[in-house]
Ligand binder design. Structure first.
Ligand code: UDP
Ligand code: MG
Length: 340
């Protein structure tokens, strides 16, 4: 899919949610790096994920100055996974790199990713060498998460690899075929497979602003990941049930034998009640797990689009000739994008 003279297109996909403070730094450090890669054109697809600050205005201003910058404005905050999906759908590149707007993914790594791709890798993962810039709690919980996820699901997540990676067009096309509404991108990336190379790097702290992922959001993302890629939580209830039934049977036999030998003694209601409450609790947990999956089926069955695009912005340069005041025009490829 290379263009004229073997020049290929690299797309950078950047979800932005209230990133007003990071944007100018982002462009200042990314554009020189992209320009330094030879025999490669580039485009930057910025997805405004319903920011409530002036992120969109800043992005549009950049798209006016630089025709290589495109902005996709979503109708509200759909979350990072959906914003990323939107960006991957919009990207036209032969190779695509999703990247955070806060420069935590170092742009200086891009030439190396491209080099490995040119050497034949279809996916080039950027793996964090360490998590020194994360808090102790985040390190421990992230480590535990990767262990649990990889035990439970068939597609192993590479440890300490975020969304920052290079993917060939064939991989992007494969991802576009995935119909699910609830999107755990890391898992989907792992699911598609393909020839993979790994590049290691040191992750920086956020350049400006603050993280949008609180503990609660991360916990939900973790649940999302496990329930999207494993049915072990469902199946485990069969085994828990068998174990409890077996225990109850043994205890029952013991009580019958004891009554036959020693006669009836006065039964204690405390033990009865505690066993009852314990089993009630266990049943509710089991029901909750089943409910989690039923909820997911419900979400998928509704078949709503993953995101909605309000408008796209790109400076095509055409209306400079028309001498109109507004240089940014709207390229409307259908108002509603279902992400397919
Ligand atoms: N982001 C987004 N929508 C959201 C939350 C985050 O598009 O609802 C973007 C955010 O602008 C950034 C990237 O996702 O470019 C990563 O977010 P953040 O840096 O807050 O996450 P962290 O690095 O702490 O995991
Ligand atoms: Mg970040």
């Amino acid at each position: 899919m290379s263009g004229p003279y073997g020049v290929r297109l690299l797309s950078l996909v950047v979800p932005c949610y209230n990133e007003s403070e990071s944007i100018s730094k982002f462009f200042a450090s990314v554009i020189p790096v992209l320009e330094s890669i030879d025999a490669m054109r580039f485009e930057i697809v910025l997805v405004n994920d319903g920011s409530s600050d002036d992120t969109l205005d800043k992005l549009i201003a950049y798209s006016r100055r630089d025709a290589r910058v495109r902005v996709v404005d979503l109708t509200r905050n759909f979350g990072k996974e959906a914003a990323l999906t939107a960006g991957l759908d919009e990207a036209l590149g032969d190779a695509v790199i999703p990247m955070d707007a806060d420069l935590q993914d170092p742009p200086s790594l891009i030439p190396e990713l491209v080099m490995r791709w040119r050497e034949g890798a279809e996916v080039v993962l950027a793996q964090r060498a360490s998590r020194v810039c994360d808090s102790w709690l985040k390190r421990v919980t992230a480590g535990a998460y990767y262990r649990i996820h990889n035990k439970m699901s068939d597609q192993k997540l590479p440890v300490n690899v975020g969304d920052f990676r290079l993917m060939d067009r064939v991989v992007i096309n494969a991802l576009k075929q995935m119909p699910e509404r609830r999107r755990f991108m890391k898992g989907l990336f792992a699911w598609v497979g393909y020839k993979t190379a790994i590049v290691r790097y040191e992750r920086e702290s956020r350049s400006a602003g603050h993280s949008k992922f609180s503990g609660w959001r991360l916990w939900n993302l973790a649940l999302e990941g496990i329930t999207s890629f494993s049915t072990i939580p469902l199946r485990s209830w069969t085994y828990i049930g068998i174990l409890i039934a077996l225990g109850a049977f043994c205890y029952g036999t013991f009580i019958v034998a004891r009554t036959l030998i020693l006669g009836i003694d006065v039964p204690g209601y405390a033990s009865l009640l505690s066993v009852l409450l314990f089993l009630g609790g266990i049943q509710l947990i089991g029901l909750g797990v089943v409910g989690e999956y039923v909820g997911r089926i419900y979400d998928e069955a509704k078949g709503r689009p993953i995101y909605l695009v309000r408008r796209r912005y790109q400076d095509t340069g055409q209306d400079k000739l028309i001498a109109s005041g507004r240089r940014v025009i709207r390229i409307d490829r259908g108002h509603v994008s279902s992400g397919r």
